[in-house]
Design a protein around this ligand. Structure first.
Ligand code: DAH
Length: 345
């Protein structure tokens, strides 16, 4: 009897050691098999029970069961421990509190978006709301309804990207004027910022893909003086209160009369410098009084309504404002360039 009990004690001792040294699920399983598997130490002890004298068997059996239970309990505890340890990430298992922290890079606005948002903010304060139109346009909206002559060079396939179905990538934001007037009755006060496309070969001042912001104001008795005051107010809020504007006669099919407008040079305050090519003025874009033909095209009564429109290039304004000399910098997504706009808004 005592010999058998000694064997159990020995087996338990070995079992504790074996289990304690198991550090993975596989090692634990090997230990389990060698203890209570088919050929395991405890299984062998169970078989030995039969050869004991019958009066010793009950106590020996109890001792063996108690030993097996302890082994099973140990295995359960260890397997739970190993499972949690392998669920921990690299970081929790080996945390080095002396490492410097990781800095998160924060996204920021692209200069084109900074200018768009500033323009929109200024026009909204003057009572304009934002309108949108599709970038894939119909010839009707981009050219016909805007009174563009059929032989106008801007319609040429050398200047405009056409799709096989006859639609095109809008060459200007002016078609948004048409989209808005088709949908609503006057009064209209909208600005429409957006992406435009032209078949231009990229160079320092041209890109096949650029942005404009369009404006349209329709009401009763709108005059050129209204247009001029809106443009002047806009120029001063965007560039500074000492900026002046000037209008020069020009031609656009959708406005009559049409003008091009300039801001006084913000670099030299109009004295003349390299940026303004010594003229004292920076060309911004076009504007004018809405051509009555455009009103007729979309069903507004030209006898009753009058209006002005303007459009300007966002990149042009960004280049002036941030002294950028090559438009391509705006599309290269080079962090060294874009990170310079860190603290602006
Ligand atoms: N759409 C013209 C362009 O891309 C700019 C323009 C001129 C827009 C006069 C207007 C306008 O609304 O009245 O060159």
């Amino acid at each position: 009897m005592s010999k058998y009990i000694d064997n159990i004690s020995l087996a338990i001792e070995t079992a504790r050691e074996k289990l304690a040294s198991a550090s993975s699920a596989a090692e634990l399983e090997n230990a389990r098999v060698s203890l209570i598997g088919r050929n395991g130490a405890f299984t062998a002890l169970g078989k030995d029970l039969a050869s004991l004298p019958s009066e010793e068997r009950p106590d020996a059996g109890k001792a063996l069961n108690a030993a097996k239970e302890e082994v099973l309990a140990l295995i359960n505890v260890l397997s739970a421990k190993i499972a949690t340890a392998s669920n921990l990430g690299e970081k929790e298992r080996a945390e080095d509190l002396t490492l410097p922290g990781r800095k998160w890079k924060i996204g920021r606005k692209h200069p084109v978006n900074i200018v768009i948002d500033d323009c929109v903010r200024i026009f909204r304060r003057m009572g304009f709301i934002v309108a949108e139109g599709p970038e894939i346009e119909t010839v009707f909206h981009n050219f016909d309804a805007l009174n563009t002559p059929y032989d106008h060079p801007s319609r040429d396939t050398a200047d405009t990207f056409y799709f096989a179905d006859g639609r095109l990538l809008r060459t200007q934001t002016s078609p948004v004027q048409i989209r808005v007037m088709e949908k609503q009755e006057p009064p209209v006060r909208i600005v429409a910022p957006g992406r435009c496309f032209r078949r231009d070969t990229p160079d320092a001042t041209h890109s096949a893909n650029f942005h404009q912001i369009e404006g349209l104001y329709v009401d009763k008795d709108v005059s050129m003086a209204d247009l001029k005051s809106v443009l002047l107010q806009f120029a001063r809020e965007l560039m500074g209160q000492d900026v002046n504007i000037r209008l020069r006669p020009h031609f656009f099919p959708f406005t009559e009369p049409s003008v091009e407008y300039d801001f006084s040079c913000v670099m030299c305050s109009g004295k003349g410098c390299r940026i303004c090519k010594h003229s004292g003025w920076l060309e911004i874009s076009g504007a004018g009084m809405v051509n009555p033909a455009v009103f007729s095209n979309i069903g507004y009564d030209p006898e009753k309504w009058s209006g002005f429109a303007f459009g300007m290039g966002i990149e042009r304004i960004a280049m002036i404002r941030y002294k950028i000399t090559d438009i391509r910098l705006l599309y290269e997504n080079d962090g060294r360039f874009l990170n310079q706009f860190v603290n602006i808004h």
